[in-house]
Ligand binder design. Structure first.
Ligand code: B12
Ligand code: SF4
Ligand code: SF4
Length: 310
């Protein structure tokens, strides 16, 4: 069993996953109670899909009845780039969206790992990269990948919090790792830095106040309340403020995965160029990028909000 675990960890490392953790495939308990409470408070806003398939979110065996272990893979998307110092009107893209869509990149890597493993042992599996009813952060904590920071993000002590998560349910019995210890201590930087007060208590984000909810998820015909839109600052797509201030993101440990590097070195977009962007230009520029789902109309709406605030 240890040999197999070692083999999987090595494979994960070869494919660029900086951490690979293991948890027993059992129903979540306290984490799920927290999740239900979060829904009761309507913190999910219009993301109604989050209140569906609750049994599956609680119990991975409802998804894969033969599951014995949950493997959690963490992949860094930290690159040596920063936002430009310019007097031009620009809007910042959150780091997770500088390059290719992580759903595709991680799913491809995890599938290759599972294929290799299948050559060694016979088993069933199911891969998720934000693609189903899985509480990915809860599993990341249980599997020892990282603790949930006060800003809600999973922090790995080596990689920081600029990491994507991939969860794989497997029918293999593998020794669980020790859940991650919380190292936030008395720090409160993220709580103090969030411009909208979206972190309502440590580890709990009210999505309806989070800029990332408004500038990524909101439909183009839905206008954010003035108290939120007035706080967009330079954040055009996504928001990293609560991670930028986190001391665990200060190390210069960059990912080798160039697909997460900013396209054309651009970490921000010129607002005037967005206003005149054609559909063809948008489709070409954001093919296989997370920004594609915002659609041109949505990106223009975000740019208008930023421009008004300049
Ligand atoms: C919906 C969603 C969002 C929403 C809501 C965010 C949120 N904080 O819930 C919006 C659109 C705002 C969003 C934003 C972002 N997201 Co997002 N998102 C998701 C998604 C699809 C579901 C998250 C979810 O279930 N939220 C509901 C809350 C309740 O669950 P939770 O975050 O796990 O929270 C736990 C705690 O709140 C805790 N809890 C609740 N109440 C209480 C009370 C107490 C006392 C305690 C101790 C704990 C506690 O229990 C919950 C369950 O375990 C996941 C993918 C997935 N399937 O899991 C990606 C995911 C969380 N997102 C991700 C990313 C990268 C982001 C952004 C960084 C993108 C950006 N730069 O703009 C921001 C970060 C914002 C933030 N500070 O959290 C990554 C995070 C990786 C990481 N290192 O943690 C994920 C895991 C996707 C992935 N596969 O990599 N996201
Ligand atoms: S992503 Fe931005 S708005 Fe959302 S909690 Fe973090 S700092 Fe606040
Ligand atoms: S900024 Fe401080 S409190 Fe917030 S997640 Fe990082 S270490 Fe934890």
């Amino acid at each position: 069993m240890d040999d197999l675990k070692h083999y999987i960890k090595n494979l994960a490392n070869d494919f660029g996953f900086g951490h690979c953790g293991f948890a027993a495939a059992r129903p979540l308990d306290i984490e799920f109670q927290h999740y239900l409470h979060w829904l009761e408070l309507d913190f999910e806003g219009d993301m109604h899909y989050l209140s569906k398939y609750l049994e599956k979110r609680k119990n991975p065996l409802e998804i894969l009845p033969t599951a014995k272990t949950i493997i959690v893979l963490a992949h860094s998307y930290k690159t040596p780039f920063e936002y430009p110092a310019t007097s031009e009107p620009v809007g910042y893209i959150a780091r997770y969206a500088w390059g290719d869509d992580y759903h595709d990149v991680l799913k491809e890597k995890a599938s290759l790992i599972m294929q290799k493993l299948s050559e060694k042992v016979d088993f069933e599996y199911k891969i998720y990269v934000d693609t189903g009813p899985i509480l990915e952060r809860a599993w990341a904590v249980r599997s020892g990948v990282g603790w949930q920071g006060k800003n809600g993000n999973i922090i790995n002590s080596e990689l920081g919090s600029y990491i994507f998560l991939c969860v794989v349910l497997v029918s293999l019995e593998l020794e669980p790792d020790i859940p991650a210890k919380d190292y936030c201590g008395t720090c409160q930087r993220c709580l103090l830095a969030c411009p909208t007060g979206a972190i309502v208590q440590p580890k709990v984000v009210d999505a309806r106040r989070c800029l990332a909810y408004w500038n990524i998820e909101a439909k183009p015909d839905v206008t954010p309340p003035q108290e939120i839109s007035g706080k967009f600052g330079s954040r055009l797509f996504g928001c990293d403020i609560c991670q930028e201030v986190c001391p665990y993101n200060k190390k210069n440990n960059f990912t080798q995965e160039t697909r997460f590097y900013p396209r054309n070195g651009e970490t921000a977009l010129n607002l005037i160029e967005i206003f005149s962007m054609t559909q063809q230009q948008f489709s070409e520029r954001f093919r296989r990028s997370p920004i594609k789902r915002k659609k041109l109309q949505g990106l223009k709406k975000n740019a208008e909000i930023l421009f008004k605030n300049v």
